[in-house]
Design a protein around this ligand. Structure first.
Ligand code: FES
Length: 85
C-alpha cells in the first residue's frame, strides 16, 4: 500500500493543497487505485516553500508541488512506481 500524505498546513493551503487533495482523489478513483493507495492529510513538516505544496509518498518528501504540475507528478511518482504506465 502506497501512502500519500498531502500537507494541509497554512502555507501549503495557500499554494493549492486542497485543490491537490481533490486532484489526487479524482486520479486515484479514475485509475482504480483505491486498494493500492491511501490518501491522507498531514500538518506542516517544516518544508514549506514559495512554490507549492509538500507531499510525502511513503518515505520520500516532495516539495513545491502545484496543481498545474499535478499530472506529471502523479505519473512519475504514483503510476510509475505502481507499474501502471
Ligand atoms: S505548511 Fe506545508 S510544509 Fe509547511
Amino acid at each position: 500500500m502506497m501512502i500519500i500524505m498531502i500537507c494541509v498546513g497554512s502555507s501549503c493551503c495557500l499554494k493549492g493543497a486542497y485543490e491537490l487533495v481533490e486532484l489526487f482523489k479524482a486520479a486515484v478513483a479514475s485509475y482504480g487505485l483505491d486498494d493500492e493507495v491511501t490518501l491522507a492529510g498531514n500538518f506542516c513538516t517544516g518544508n514549506c516553500n514559495r512554490v507549492g505544496v509538500t507531499i510525502q509518498i511513503d518515505d520520500k518528501t516532495f516539495t513545491g508541488v502545484t496543481p498545474a504540475g499535478f499530472e506529471v507528478f502523479f505519473k512519475e511518482n504514483v503510476l510509475a512506481p505502481l507499474g501502471k504506465l
